[in-house]
Design a protein around this ligand. Structure first.
Ligand SMILES: [Zn+2]
Ligand SMILES: [Zn+2]
Length: 387
């Protein structure tokens, strides 16, 4: 592995527009922004989330009651005639269309009771989980603000609202930045973005496979097999970027060739992978940059990332990818610099925080590490309650 980038790549890196553009207004940090076209409707008393459900036993999975109606209005979760305050739900998990609720009562807060709801589909299960998390985010923000009031430090309180899911994001201790990250819906959005940019930003997130910021799609890898004693289907679904989809699709096609039946599906997935690699819009060079970064073509990757950054002025996700290029080369100093620029674009971008903290430790940058962790101390409490 090459341990350092060569001089031509260094010159290219130094010419990248890494400072966030002055054209971006930082003053909108605390305002509500009109992102209707990209947002999810919040649950309120007037507009509750309604759903049908079947309740299953947490002991053996048998049906307790079926065909029931549920409703969540942001404060109360009504399961037929059974009403639960949202504050009593410690956390929740989704497995396909099953939603597992872990409910605490005041008499035994350390031993949550699990209730399992089977929803009509996966989407409604995720929407209900997100709505419960959004309500929890608002409670956490209120508690945090009350603590600051008691300590006489309420002037330090800062929050923003996710333009997509309306979660309350605590930003106390963090510097202002042009973008905001929501750990609840995994979106990274620009505050001053117009509707068109917001629509392009909405589907961007980290790939499950390579961890690069991209436009991943739901992608199922499957293998049909017919053996002498057994036949069947082995499948696994994940969110993958077009570069990872291409590689997986070719492997899947070759793996399914001997048993023919899986070939049409594999060809369809291959076509999806190539169609997804040619996006339009302001991030159109992002996927080619990721593909080149994956192939170790640093100059081509930097050139592609540069085009996106020049067009947008800032993008924590693109700079995060840039940092990963240097991490793959073993250039920790350059990777640290790029991660710091990532947090300048989006002060609460959690993936960059984790990576930068690791880099500071590896480089023995103790003062920088302590400063970073102090800035994140308020938000860490939020994350630990939302797991
Ligand atoms: Zn959100
Ligand atoms: Zn990927």
């Amino acid at each position: 592995m090459q341990n350092d980038i060569d001089s031509a790549e260094m010159t290219l890196y130094q010419s990248l527009p890494l400072q966030a553009s002055d054209a971006v207004s930082f003053t909108k940090l605390l305002c509500e922004l009109p992102f209707e076209s990209a947002s999810i409707e919040p649950c309120t008393w007037a507009h509750p989330l309604r759903f049908r459900f079947t309740e299953l036993s947490a002991l053996d999975g048998s049906v307790i009651r079926s065909g029931r109606h549920g409703r969540f209005d942001g404060d109360m979760l009504a399961l037929d005639d059974d009403c639960l305050p949202a504050s009593s739900i410690a956390h929740e998990l989704v497995r396909n269309r099953l939603l597992m609720l872990f409910i605490v009562d005041e008499s035994s807060p350390a031993e949550p009771v699990c209730r399992i709801l089977q929803l009509p589909g996966r989407r409604i299960a995720w929407n209900l989980k997100l709505a419960l998390e959004v309500a929890r985010s608002a409670r956490f923000a209120r508690q945090h603000r009350d603590e600051l009031v008691l300590r006489g430090e309420v002037e330090n309180y800062r929050e923003a609202h996710c333009p997509v899911c309306h979660a309350t994001l605590v930003l106390t201790g963090m510097p202002s930045s042009p973008q905001v990250y929501c750990a609840y819906c995994d979106s990274l959005m620009t505050f001053a973005a117009d509707h068109a940019l917001a629509r392009y930003e909405r589907p961007l997130r980290l790939c499950d496979d390579c961890g690069r910021f991209s436009r991943p799609q739901r992608f199922t890898v499957f293998y049909w097999y017919f053996l002498v004693i057994e036949s069947g289907l082995r499948a696994k679904t994940a969110w993958r970027c077009p570069a990872c989809m291409r590689r997986q699709a070719w492997t899947m096609l070759l793996g399914n060739l001997p048993f023919v039946i899986g070939v049409p599906g594999a060809l369809w997935q291959l076509a999806r992978a190539y169609l997804a690699s040619n996006p339009s819009g302001p991030f159109r060079e992002l996927e080619s940059g990721n593909r080149n970064a994956r192939a170790g073509k640093v100059t081509s990757a930097l050139n592609a990332y540069r085009l996106v950054l020049e067009r947008l002025g800032c993008s924590a996700g693109v700079k995060y990818n840039l940092a990963q290029v240097f991490m793959a080369r073993g250039d920790r100093h350059r990777a640290t610099e790029a991660m710091e620029h990532t947090l300048s674009d989006c002060a609460n971008y959690d993936p960059a925080f984790e990576q930068l903290r690791r880099l500071y430790r590896q480089l023995g940058m103790q003062a920088e590490l302590e400063e970073l962790e102090a800035a994140w101390s308020a938000t860490r409490g939020e994350t630990s309650t939302s797991v």
